[in-house]
Design a protein around this ligand. Structure first.
Ligand SMILES: C[S@@+](CC[C@H](N)C(=O)[O-])C[C@H]1O[C@@H](n2cnc3c(N)ncnc32)[C@H](O)[C@@H]1O
Length: 238
């Protein structure tokens, strides 16, 4: 087993989570309830966010034992182990078992590598045939606020329309262009992405794509309905 490693993608995720938590601080209520996270990875980006927001408590899950081990080291090195905890296991089995108040906000840079099957470089990053299985599962998990990465090549239109059907609006997002990393560059994955794009299920350039980290909310007190802007930022024309 390995640990997810992609410095620019993780940095974008961490920066965007920090921006969105700060911008919507009162409405999200995270200082009171805490936040849960699907997929810790090596934890570096979010550990820095926790270090910078002294009232933030985060409970995170990862199915990769190597990731959990590294994450705990990195979290301890940043001195935030009392506020950023990591558990080994499937988020969907563990997140509801927290004692005390249940968080209404979940954050994730979820596995989103699209491929015909799980036999890829890091199987824990498989997002299903269209890449959006985990984000769809997260949207159906009952959180009022979902802050998640949405990649342009993983059928983002289905993600956004499913979110709308579930009563979410895109309150805001931060988008960035990324070059393919080692996981998207794997020939089997690259060819599959090409097929998805040809089918109209996403966008990718020659070795590049877009990722947005978006706040989906069901909270009527949070303004904004930026689904169209999000899809355009991901190069999707509807
Ligand atoms: C794209 S990586 C992101 C890691 C980290 N958040 C970052 O951005 O650097 C996704 C992570 O989710 C983990 N993962 C996959 N399925 C999971 C599940 N069902 N529950 C918890 N973690 C999962 C993978 O092992 C991987 O570490």
């Amino acid at each position: 087993m390995s640990c997810f490693s992609s410095a620019d993608e993780s940095a974008h995720y961490g920066f965007s989570v920090c921006m969105l938590l700060t911008q919507y601080r009162e409405q999200l209520g995270w200082a009171r309830e805490g936040v849960v996270e699907l997929g810790t990875g090596d934890a570096t980006a979010i550990a820095d966010v926790v270090a910078g927001l002294p009232e933030l408590r985060l409970r995170s899950f990862d199915i990769s034992a190597t990731s959990v081990e590294r994450a705990r080291e990195n979290i301890a090195a940043r001195g935030v182990a009392d506020r950023y905890t990591v558990e080994l296991g499937d988020f969907f089995d563990g997140a509801d078992s927290a004692a005390g108040e249940v968080a209404s906000t979940v954050i994730a840079n979820p596995p989103y590598i699209p491929a015909p099957d799980r036999d890829i470089l890091m199987p824990e990053l498989w997002g299903g045939v269209y890449g959006n299985d985990l984000v769809l599962q997260l949207l159906k998990a009952g959180y009022r606020n979902v802050v998640t990465a949405v990649p342009s090549y993983a059928d983002p239109e289905t993600t956004v329309r499913t979110a709308e059907d579930l009563g979410y609006r895109v309150a805001n997002f931060l988008a960035m262009g990324l070059d393919y990393g080692e996981y998207s560059s794997e020939p089997k994955v690259r060819d599959h992405i090409r097929r998805l794009v040809a089918e109209g299920r996403g966008w990718a350039g020659e070795g590049e794509y877009m990722v947005a980290v978006a706040l989906f909310t069901q909270d009527p007190d949070i303004p904004g309905d930026r689904a169209g802007q999000l899809l355009r930022a991901l190069q999707i024309t509807t």
